[in-house]
Design a protein around this ligand. Structure first.
Ligand code: HEM
Length: 507
């Protein structure tokens, strides 16, 4: 009746092969069936599928600006993507604040970044998110953490950024790449207490930085795939870009675990027990080293490219608006005196209202996170009457919102920091806008945790460069074309020439 031991062993290998092939095949068919896109003949879908929008618009986001400005509800539905996109502040408030529970990041998003971020705050919903959020917001909210971050940023500016620009001696450099390396150094020091030294161009890029670069790029590329089936199959068989991603994440994990182990050891021996980096702060509350790794890696991803992208956009806008640059110089001279080499204090940076306004204004026009998606759990109706069925991707679009006359008035596309200033007895003061009209840092329960640190970092870098250098674009008419990814990245970088003031002319 039953096969003998010999029979079973002859059956064993064919059965293994059968299961090895059948399981992924059944899985692929299920995913393919689930992902069938609804056929649609509307102009928007036709234009998206054929790519014909690119004949008129330099970036997909610019096409969305056009669609959203022309929609009476400021909301559009791209049926082929099963994606509702909105630029209506009331809708945004409904999605990210009032009905937050119905609009999590969802599984599709967490799958994309899951291998790199694991259960880190940036990539989870529900209980894991709540726990990390509570812990992280109490740490990041404290003034001493912000001062600690300011110390790191100032040191990186004085010891590396300024010397790097001085040593360029008028040669062309890619400012976007400089900012990416700068922000990686600072966010690593802030999160891990670890200095990768990326801005030191004479040193080879550390293996950690290289692996992190590769892993975040390859994870972002997953999001661009029309369907996740391909990368999921490649991951299953560990081939192509998925193999590289696995290798890179493995290296990041090993290095991060080493740092964590070392830090625990030091803390147990009472060495460096007053370290202020996030890792040292979290380590006291979290015992699971894997979880700790996920949390800190999330901070690296959240705080790295965003700041670099914000600074790149800021200097691009400044090059077209010398009047704004002049106003920033005048304000800083009034606060710090006219010595170009003096370093501002934390309080001086905080008090510069015009600079604060200029940073917010540049993020309005060129937000690092151009759009952000959630996935609805249940059917819902947005305040503008748009019906949302369950399991629909719902996107709000800060890039489009920043350019809409309906939101910012007839001068919406102008770079005008003054729109953020109100008169007071002590002179003009910065007046914030509703985060739902300006969701550059998101808003509601999931508002960016690094907002204050990011703005302080951007102000510090902007000030150091404006006071000491003339930074000019190599091509003054360079249009901004963004390469696809999680954060706005200018394709081809931002080639500039930086000359020390009073040391000759640029271009
Ligand atoms: C200009 C720079 C920055 C911008 C525009 C920005 C923007 C954002 C946005 C839009 C989100 C929401 C993402 C989402 O939930 O889908 C976010 C979340 C987050 N940001 Fe930032 N960010 C910046 C810098 C930073 C920095 C420097 C840090 C850390 C030091 C940071 C830490 C975080 C964290 C931890 C989250 C996750 C919050 C949560 O899910 O509860 N960000 N940021």
């Amino acid at each position: 009746m039953f096969p003998s031991l010999d029979d079973s062993s002859t059956l064993f290998f064919p059965l293994c092969i059968f299961f090895a092939l059948a399981v992924p095949l059944v899985w692929c068919c299920r995913v393919l069936l689930r992902l069938r896109t609804p056929s649609c003949g509307c102009d928007t879908c036709k234009s998206y599928v054929s790519g014909s929008w690119s004949a008129e618009f330099p970036n997909l986001s610019d096409w969305y600006v056009h669609l959203l400005c022309n929609s009476p509800t400021r909301t559009v539905h791209v049926h082929v993507l099963r994606n509702v996109i909105t630029a209506d502040p009331a809708n945004v408030e409904h999605i990210i604040a009032w009905n937050f529970g119905n609009y999590p990041k969802g599984k599709a998003f967490s799958d994309i970044l899951g291998d790199l971020l694991g259960r880190g705050i940036f990539n989870v919903d529900g209980v894991h998110w709540k726990l990390q959020r509570k812990l992280a917001s109490s740490e990041l909210g404290s003034i001493c953490v912000r001062e600690h971050a300011f110390g790191i940023v100032s040191a990186e500016i004085t010891d590396r950024l300024v010397p790097l620009l001085l040593s360029s001696r008028g040669e062309v450099m890619d400012l976007q790449e400089v900012f990416r390396r700068f922000s990686f150094d600072t966010v690593c020091k802030f999160s891990f207490g670890l200095d990768p030294g990326c801005l030191d161009l004479s040193m080879p890029l550390s293996s950690f930085a290289q692996a992190f670069d590769l892993a975040s790029r390859l994870s972002a590329e997953r999001a661009l795939a029309v369907s996740p089936v391909l990368w999921k199959i490649m991951r299953l068989f560990n081939v192509g870009s998925e193999r590289k991603l696995r290798q890179a994440t493995r290296l990041i994990n090993v290095l991060a675990e080493q740092v964590i182990k070392q830090r625990r050891l030091e803390m147990n021996k009472n060495i460096n027990k007053n370290s202020s980096d996030l890792l040292s702060r979290f380590i006291r509350n979290i015992k699971d080293d894997g979880y700790l790794r996920d949390i800190v890696i999330s901070f690296l991803l959240a705080g790295r490219d965003t700041v670099a992208s914000g600074l790149t956009g800021f200097f691009w806008l400044l090059s077209k608006n010398p009047r704004v640059e002049k106003c920033i110089r005048e304000e800083s001279d009034a606060v710090m005196g006219t010595m170009e080499t003096g370093e501002p204090s934390f309080n001086q940076i905080r008090d510069m209202q015009y600079l604060h306004a200029a940073v917010h204004e540049s993020l309005r026009l060129l937000p690092p996170v151009q759009f952000d998606s959630k996935f609805s759990l249940r059917n819902d109706v947005l305040p503008d009457g748009t019906f949302i069925s369950g399991q629909t991707r719902v996107t709000y679009h800060p890039y489009a919102m920043g350019r809409m006359e309906q939101i910012w008035g007839p001068d919406a596309t102008e770079f005008r920091p003054e729109r953020w200033l109100r008169d007071s007895v002590n002179g003009p003061v910065f007046s914030p806008e509703s985060p739902f009209k300006y969701p550059v840092f998101q808003g509601g329960p999931r508002v960016c945790l690094g907002k204050e640190v990011a703005v302080m970092e951007m102000k510090s870098v902007a000030l150091a460069l404006i006071r000491r250098f003339d930074v000019r674009l190599v091509d003054r008419n360079q249009p901004l074309r963004f390469s696809p990814g999680l954060t706005a990245n200018v394709s081809g970088g931002l080639p500039v020439i930086a000359m020390e003031k009073g040391n000759g002319k640029c271009l």
